[in-house]
Ligand binder design. Sequence first.
Ligand code: HEM
Ligand code: SF4
Length: 574
Amino acid sequence: MSDNNLLSPNSAPHSDVEDIKIRSNYLRGSLEETLQDPITGSIPEDDNRLMKFHGSYMQDDRDLRNERQKQKLEPAYQFMLRVRAAGGVVTPEQWLMMDRVCQKYANGTIRLTTRQSFQLHGVIKWNLKKTIQEVNEALLSTLAACGDVNRNVMCNPNPYQSEIHSEVYQWASKISDHLDPQTNAYHEIWLDGEKIIDSQDSQVEQEPIYGRVYLPRKFKIGVAVPPSNDVDVFSQDLGFIAIIEDGQLIGFNVTAGGGMGMTHGDAKTYPQISKVIGFCLPEQVIDVAEKTVTIQRDYGDRSVRKHARFKYTIDDRGIDWFIQELTNRLGWSLQEARPFHFEHNGDRYGWVKGSNNKWHFTLFIQNGRVKDEEDYKLMTGLREIAKIHTGDFRLTPNQNLIIANVSSQKKKKIEALISEYGLTDGSHYSALRRNSMACVAFPTCGLAMAESERYLPTLLDKIEPMLKEAGLQDDDIVIRMTGCPNGCARPMLAEIAFIGKAPGKYNMYLGGGFSGNRLNKLYKENIGEAEILESLQPILSQYAKDRQEGEHFGDYVIRAGYVQEVTDGQNFHA
Ligand code: HEM
Ligand code: SF4
């Protein structure tokens, strides 16, 4: 397409966000001025749209909203800042920087996200620049952590079969670098970079892949290494499944068209799992990623944002159309997909020894929130570990943390710190809790309809006695919760899921596949805690009695007729 798909005023009607992007001069907008405006802690809506590309959302503390309104104060505006690292791999120095900036500029906690990024909450406008500068000094970035571009590339973080995992990780990193936006705006606004263009002349600078209007919506890529599907590869717009033969990485199966978000009551929006479309060699992944992104750039729906994700482009035009278009752009064809097998999408906790003789400890971090509490000094413990650790840290796609590549000599010292601070691998919890995830929701997320991170642990406290009674404490069952149907914790793939509808009310879903291979289905609508517990209790006890050898909960509820199997996203709604 000419001029990188620059939308002209005469093209089909496009959404207001497209106009903002066109006018933004490659993501600059008026951010530089509005960030300095001393009158308000907020920025105008147009700039907020652009802020996402720079890795931040403007939010306000919803716990304080009413009180501040009564006092005629503006909402307690603050910014969420997302710091990305491909595959979630960071050095101890980078960990210490995150710890430092979260104390200095944010709310003193770090959130490990479901896409292996960090989130800081509560940064005020006037501290954003300093925070972003410190993040960049440590060689991490917030650029493209949100926005209509390729997001953090996820990758199986397990360092156990170290050579293969590190090879796969290198490819994930390369894809990520290749798809970074090229605009100099980030450097100019945050890092005092030299202004390389006349701001009136936006033709001088080009985005070779994205073009001037970027993508119609966000784009997500994940790389899985079977038998673990921890990255939930089928939830990604584009996925790569590593194929290993005789201990060698021979290439990747390619998946296309997954995505989680939907709107309650709108059957035109639905979650979708991706389809396996073929196989490519390792050195072909970047080309496949780039061409797929350009297809979505050129054909994605720019008029209705709710219909703009790649999954709808594929569903509307057909997977065969996509494969043909991809082949045309690549100039070669994918090979036939290779066999693969996933066993689970959760994490495996505790110490394991990798093939490089290094040790790895996976810590259970409830909902990814790293903070110090009266009786659990998680943040301090991790800080002390980071000070002596010579390996790395890995953020898992399940919001947990691996203290990775610990040498045999260092293991004793790290073990001593783990026990001094009581850091847990979760083994004293139920397996249900160890397989749980919740999105942030209240008080920061402006889209939340119900609590999630602050509520799921309490709900689990009430479900755990039922598990005990049924003898299911040690059975892995995947449970996820989000505060709205955007699906940030990928609830649509869980065996049991709750998606917020209104304060204290959730839609309950059952029947996701244990390895992230099948969507779940609506079981009950708009229910509160009492009904949630009443609904779950008999199903859990029946499952304990009637399940077949090795049968997972998600499979059982379908066989027992509680819900029907979802065979395609559009059949997801009741
Ligand atoms: C229309 C769709 C979506 C919108 C508007 C949206 C918006 C947001 C917002 C505002 C937050 C910040 C919450 C906070 O930290 O206070 C957030 C968090 C997050 N979102 Fe989304 N989101 C959408 C869909 C998704 C989906 C489908 C995924 C992945 C499957 C996702 C992944 C994440 C992640 C990883 C976080 C970080 C927090 C966490 O791990 O819980 N988002 N999203
Ligand atoms: S799922 Fe909804 S409530 Fe939860 S973080 Fe995402 S947008 Fe917010």
